[in-house]
Structures are given as C-alpha cells and as structure tokens.
Design a protein around this ligand. Structure first.
Ligand code: EPU
Length: 426
C-alpha cells in the first residue's frame, strides 16, 4: 500500500505559502477534498494555485487581493482557520469566519485568538467573523493551557514574521508540527524545538520560496518509532534492535502486532491471528490519537475481551457508535468512555458517515461484517482519505464506490455509496 502524505500535515504547509510572495512547491500532497478546498481558499485570496498530477501543488501568493476566509468554506473545513496566523503576519490583517461547532464537538479557537492578541494583534469578533489587525506582530511568550495542534501551527507561522522572539510553551508535538517547521525553515524562518513542548521562533523580515515533500524522511525515524511505541505497538525490528521496547519478552511474530522498518520509506505490519482487547485513552501526541479512536473501536469489536476506550480530546466523538450498533456491535457509552465487547459478529447494514474518521470506522466494520454494508455520505471519507477504496481493494477487500442507482442489483459485497456532496463540517 502506498501511504499518501497526511492531510493534516499538508493543510498547514499550503497555508504557509501565504507567508511569502515567492513560489512554494509541495510534493506528496494527498489529493483529497480538504486540500482542494484549501487551494480554493488561497486562490480566492489572489494566490496562484496549481495542482499537478501526482500530488504536487505550486502556490504563489505574490499579491493578496483579499484577506478573508468566508463562512461557506470555513464551515466545510475547520482547518481554514490556519490562514489566520499567516495572513495577520504577512498582510497585517485578516477576516476569518468563526468555524462554529461540528460533528465531533465544540471546537473553539479562543487559544489561537488569545495568542495572536498577546503578539499585538487587535482582535474583534463580529457578525460571525474574527477580524484581526496589526502593524507588525511582536514576539512574546505563549503558553497554551490546552495542547492545540492548529493553534500551535497558527502561532508558529505567525511568529516567523514577527518582531523578536516568540516562545510557544506546551506546544503540540504531533509529527505535522516539525514537518511544518521544516518547510518554514527552508523558507528562511528561524525555528527551534518544533516536535517538543517548547518552540522558539526568531522572527525575520521576509520569507522566500521553497520546495517541500510530505514524504517521511530519515531523520523522522525516531518519531515514527517513538510514536509506534507510545501508541502501544510492539516492534520486531532487526535493523533497530536498540529501539525495541524494554522488558517485553520476545514472542513469536504471529502472536502479536509487529511493525518493522524495511528501508527508510517502508513499513511492514503484521497482525496476530486473534487480536487482544487493549484499553486506550486518546491524548495528544505521543499518546493514542483521537483521529484513530473510531477505527480502533471497530477493530476492538473483533478482539478477544472487552475494551474501554476513553475520548479525552473531543466531547462528542462517538457518533459512529450508533452506526456500529446497527451492525450488531456491542458498545456501551459511559460518560467519555466507550465499553466495547469483543468477538462480536457484525452484519452488513446501511449506515451513515457522520465525520471523516467515523466514515473510515464504518468502512472497516463493513470489511469485518457478514454480508453487504452500504456506507452513505462518503463525501466525509473523501475529505481526508485518498482513494481508500482502491487501496483496500489492493489488499483483497471487496469494496466499490457506487451510485444510488447502482445499489439495487448488487448484493453480498462491501459497498461504499456515493452521495451528493454537501457542505457539512468535519
Ligand atoms: N481547543 C480549545 N481552544 C482552542 C483550540 C482547541 O479549547 O482555541 C480544544 C479543543 O476543543 C479540543 C482540544 O483543544 O478539545 C484539542 O484541539 P486541537 O486544537 O488540537 O484540534 P485542531 O487543531 O482543531 C487537529 C486536527 C484534528 C485532530 C485534532 C487533535 C487538523 C487540520 N485537524 O484539530 O483532525 O483531531 O488536531 O489531534 O490538523 C481529523 O483529521 O479528522 C481531525 C479532526
């Protein structure tokens, strides 16, 4: 399976292009709907945005004709808020729609606003829009009392053009943060510590163009292994024996999950015959990611034992539970914890995707279920997964993208139905 570049890494990279009047070329960008939407948003602001075959995007924001992110785009993709930091830093002003709530929770942006305010921006919230203005941002110390991924990205981008040093404390450490820092440094930014809890940015007067790939690079190996280890994976890695988790007896490979490196860009993953239930709580990186919670829940419906899954990041990220229950899953919600009873046979049903990750969990459930599953509203899936149906087919899955019309005469297969695209938040 060829792993596409990560949507959540490419989205801030695209926005970083707003920080310079020179050309920024990004490769290995996943050709998913959110990236297209972000491209449209930048084009509306006067940037030249060119998507090329094979996942390359070239952006040149020589002249900005608008500094507005309108509600119609922001409501379909909350990551639009990532234009706020770059716009204020480069143009000294921005008008960005407030995102509002979405399927997975409240999702306020107060921390982004407080940080920019502390950097000297005058912020006004009026008629559903955030308006920000400043002569030039100035460096300061920002402490995030909640770890925020896009908040860290927004402030890091804004700080590159601020006067003096910005120190971001309790910064998000997700791999997309050092990835964005790499791009910014190539553009001439002075950043230290990205990927750790404290990031220092020394502002410069202007940034240049750069080329950047979303590919995993060798110096990121440590992150990958650290991530896998912290996320509960066990390694069997002859190439990197020193990184194997300590104190764990070596077992026969077939009895456990293994993830081992095969060269700088390849990973071999093996699953045991029987999965074991294993409790998780979603926490910021390097903890278990909230973006894997729904998919993991589906997997645990098939594991031996009962799993407690606690969602600590978003208050409402259990919309997939009711759909999984319709497929026979035995799941009970108790506050922020879902109790999943394993070894439960699933049956195919017509289900509805409610957000990006929920839709992936339903596709996985369809693969494990007996009979045909129809997943509706897959525009959610297309926001973030590049040709997932093709990739799964390559692994032997019986999965097809079908129209409503094609539904009637096809049976006993996993199906993904294509609904009319609609504007709904993630
Ligand atoms: N929060 C605040 N105030 C803020 C910002 C965040 O209270 O100003 C809270 C949130 O409500 C949440 C927590 O802080 O409880 C963490 O939210 P965060 O800001 O980190 O989320 P985000 O930056 O909006 C990104 C991803 C999400 C992913 C989260 C958590 C992008 C474009 N989005 O969102 O991805 O779930 O981090 O890891 O990077 C997805 O891809 O399906 C997705 C939703």
């Amino acid at each position: 399976v060829r792993i596409s570049g990560a949507k959540n890494a490419s989205l801030p990279d695209v926005c970083a292009a707003l920080l310079t009047d020179k050309s920024v070329v990004l490769t290995n960008v996943p050709e998913v709907r959110d990236i297209r939407t972000m491209g449209r948003l930048l084009a509306d602001m006067g940037a030249q945005v060119e998507f090329r075959v094979g996942g390359t995007v070239e952006i040149k924001a020589a002249n900005l004709t608008s500094v507005e992110a309108p509600y119609d785009l922001v409501k379909t993709m909350r990551a639009s808020v990532l234009v706020l930091g770059p716009l204020v830093a480069r143009a000294g002003k921005a008008r960005v729609s407030l995102p509002g709530g979405c399927a997975i929770g409240d999702r306020p942006i107060n921390l982004h606003l407080q940080a920019l305010e502390k950097m000297g921006a005058r912020i006004r919230v009026e008629a559903g829009y955030v308006e920000a203005a400043v002569e030039r941002l100035r460096g300061t110390e920002i402490y995030f009392d909640t770890v925020t991924v896009t908040g860290t990205e927004n402030v890091m981008m804004a700080a590159t053009l601020a006067e003096g040093e910005t120190v971001i404390r309790n910064a998000a450490q997700e791999p997309e943060i050092p990835d964005l820092a790499d791009l910014l440094v190539k553009m001439g930014a002075r950043i230290q510590g990205a990927g750790g809890p404290t990031i220092r940015v020394e502002g410069v007067d202007a940034l240049q163009g750069a080329e950047h790939s979303g590919d995993p690079r060798p110096h990121r190996d440590g992150d990958l292994h650290r991530g896998l280890r912290h996320r509960g994976w066990r390694h069997r890695d002859p190439e990197l024996p020193a990184r194997a988790p300590e104190g764990r007896p070596r077992q026969a490979a077939r009895d456990r999950h293994t993830a081992s490196r095969r060269g700088p860009n390849n990973l071999r993953v093996r699953a045991p015959r029987t999965l074991k239930a294993s409790d998780v709580t979603t926490i910021p990186y390097p903890g278990f990611p909230t973006d894997m919670q729904a998919q993991y829940m589906t997997v645990m419906t098939q594991a031996a034992g009962t799993t407690a899954i606690t969602e600590s990041i978003f208050e409402n990220r259990y919309m997939h539970v009711a759909e999984l229950q319709r497929m026979g899953a035995n799941i009970r919600i108790d506050g922020r914890t879902a109790i999943v009873v394993g070894h439960t046979p699933l049956w195919g049903a017509q289900v509805m995707a409610t957000d990006l990750r929920a839709s992936a969990s339903l596709v996985l459930a369809g693969l494990a279920a007996k009979g045909e599953t129809i997943v509706d509203r897959i525009y959610h899936l297309d926001r973030g997964y590049y040709r997932i149906d093709e990739k799964l087919r390559g692994l032997g899955a019986d999965i097809e993208r079908i129209t409503e019309k094609g539904l009637a005469d096809r049976r006993s297969k996993v199906r993904v139905s294509e609904a009319a695209p609609a504007a709904e938040p993630e």
